[in-house]
Design a protein. Sequence first.
Length: 177
Amino acid sequence: MIYLHLFLEFFKMGLFSFGGGYAILPMLEQSARSAGWLTSEEFVNMIAISQVTPGPIAINMATYVGFRTGGVLGSLIATVAVILPSMLIVIALARLFLHAYEHAFAQSMFYGLRPTVTALIAASAFQIGLVALFDAASGVNYQALLLTVAVATSSYQWNLHPILLLILAALFGILFF
């Protein structure tokens, strides 16, 4: 039963999360919390782990949750389920979009999808920020806030590579948390 639940949830996420791996975050968080697969803190930690491992974040997260929930078989099922919808859709629509991309209908569709995906990613970032930067008992975590500002500034201002930033942030965490 757990394997069917994993397959259906991750297939649904793969089917409805347009815009790349980060677009899956709101759906995954809701499913993981309602099913009792992960707490909010575990979810944020899972995102960090998924960021430092090779591959798309959605696939890494599906593999992680699947393994945590159903072992090796669960990780395989969740990973295949999250990939399957996009694979089927791309195969079905590849020829159509090759010929129709310049048409007004396709351009209008993409015009509507871009801000929607941006909003979904922003909503997810907000939820993650609440967990990462605030503690119910003590309020604002100023060390985490300082690290967030430093990483964002380093990324934007100096265009530092994300892997370098992740390594430096991990070292900061070891030293100061």
